[in-house]
Design a protein around this ligand. Structure first.
Ligand code: DHB
Length: 391
């Protein structure tokens, strides 16, 4: 079996890349180790930047998004019992974000791909990438109980931090920079209308809380919790009470409660692997970088990798030049580090660390007050939040 681009991983990076290559007439095959139901249910963030939405539309996967996504032009910051709205659109000369869950993006891309090609194989577990530094790389994988080999012109690893692609790069040829955070997020989905039209990022003495949404009838909420928290330790009432306390502001605002339909705890960490290429093997999405969730950059970074790489392969096909492919790693790492810094800034400004002193809290409140008081400080946050323009 041979293809031009062999893609390992059927998450957002791999699926979007496959669609974009398909629209440019470049053939590819996607190998996903899990089954379709699993991939379609993986709960992740739900904030899309303009460039991500444009790419989904351009690849034909924007129809349902167009109908169902909620367009947001602001976010709210809560701290010190105050609520402050950031006018994202006004601060950025017109940029907005779309609220549309990653699970829905993945469902749309899968439906399109199964309908219209190129091939997407579920339960196809890649176990090795061979010959990455030759002109004939290959992916060894198991599918339907049989060991198979897919030879490729290029291989793209979109298979996450623990995937086979990262581990195929010799240790001396790459470096991974990492940071872990001393807290996790407890995320819930609830069948209740959102309590506010916009997202709320709340700093509180008891830790961070985030109010988000999936639709006009489903709320998505997060609480900062200690690492190692078991979601079953919390009753539904305790969750709502804690959210109430952390979102409390002067004036009358009420958090709507409803049946909780999903609970999960996720750790926060950062990682960047450099370079994002070894010979004919390219890394994209979580295989190359992970950001803590505060600010919702993960999916958008993965989408940008796919967009930049698809353009580079199209350029190679049209002109024979590898110039854009050769620039891929530097182009994407620059964006990745910006997103790492922004996510780190949002995380450390809004969360309460286990060894946090009153001095540290005063610094956080001063920073939040500065954002509320200064259009310059607010614009810096708004530009990063809505997504910096693609070069
Ligand atoms: C969501 C997740 C985030 O990390 C964020 O910053 C905003 C929203 C979400 O899941 O809706």
């Amino acid at each position: 079996m041979h293809t031009t681009i062999g893609i390992i991983g059927g998450g957002p990076a791999g699926l979007l890349l496959a669609r974009l290559l398909h629209t440019s007439g470049i053939d590819c095959v996607v190998l996903e180790s899990r089954d379709r139901a699993y991939v379609e249910q993986r709960q992740r963030a739900g904030v899309l930047e303009q460039a991500t939405v444009d790419a989904l539309r351009g690849s034909g996967a924007g129809k349902r998004l167009e109908r169902e996504a909620l367009v947001h032009e602001g976010i709210e910051l809560r701290f010190d019992h105050r609520a402050h709205r950031l006018d994202l659109t006004g601060l950025t000369g017109g940029r907005r974000v779309w609220i549309y869950a990653q699970t829905e993006v993945v469902k749309d891309l899968i439906a399109l791909q199964l309908d219209d090609g190129p091939p997407l194989h579920f339960e196809a577990r890649a176990h090795a990438v061979e010959g990455a530094d030759t002109d004939h790389p290959a992916i060894r994988f198991t599918h339907a109980g049989r060991e198979q080999t897919l030879t490729c012109d290029y291989v793209v690893g979109c298979d996450g931090f623990h995937g086979v692609a990262r581990s195929a790069v010799p240790p001396g040829a790459q470096r991974t920079y990492e940071r872990s955070y001393p807290y996790s997020w407890f995320g819930i989905l609830a069948d209740v209308a959102p309590s506010c039209d916009e997202l709320i990022y709340a700093h509180s003495p008891r830790g961070f809380a985030l109010h988000s949404m999936r639709s006009s009838t489903v709320s998505r909420l997060y609480l900062q919790v200690p690492n190692g928290t078991d979601p079953q330790e919390w009753s539904d009432e305790q969750i709502w009470d804690e959210l109430d306390t952390r979102f409390a502001v002067d004036g009358d605002w009420r958090l709507r409660r409803g049946p909780i339909t999903a609970k999960a705890v996720l750790p926060l960490r950062s990682s960047v692997t450099e370079p994002m290429r070894h010979g004919r093997l390219f890394l994209a999405g979580d295989a190359a970088h992970i950001v803590p969730p505060t600010g919702a950059k993960g999916l958008n970074l993965a989408a940008t990798d796919a967009i930049v790489l698809a353009r580079a392969f199209a350029h190679l096909q049209d002109t024979g030049s590898t110039e854009l492919l050769d620039a891929y790693s530097d182009t994407c790492l620059r964006r990745a580090w910006r997103a790492e810094h922004f996510s780190y800034f949002m995380t450390t400004t809004l969360h309460t660390g286990p060894t946090q002193t009153d001095f540290d809290t005063r610094l956080q409140l001063s920073q939040l007050d500065r954002i509320a008081a200064s259009p310059h400080a607010a614009a810096e946050l708004a530009e990063n939040y809505t997504g910096l323009p693609l070069a």
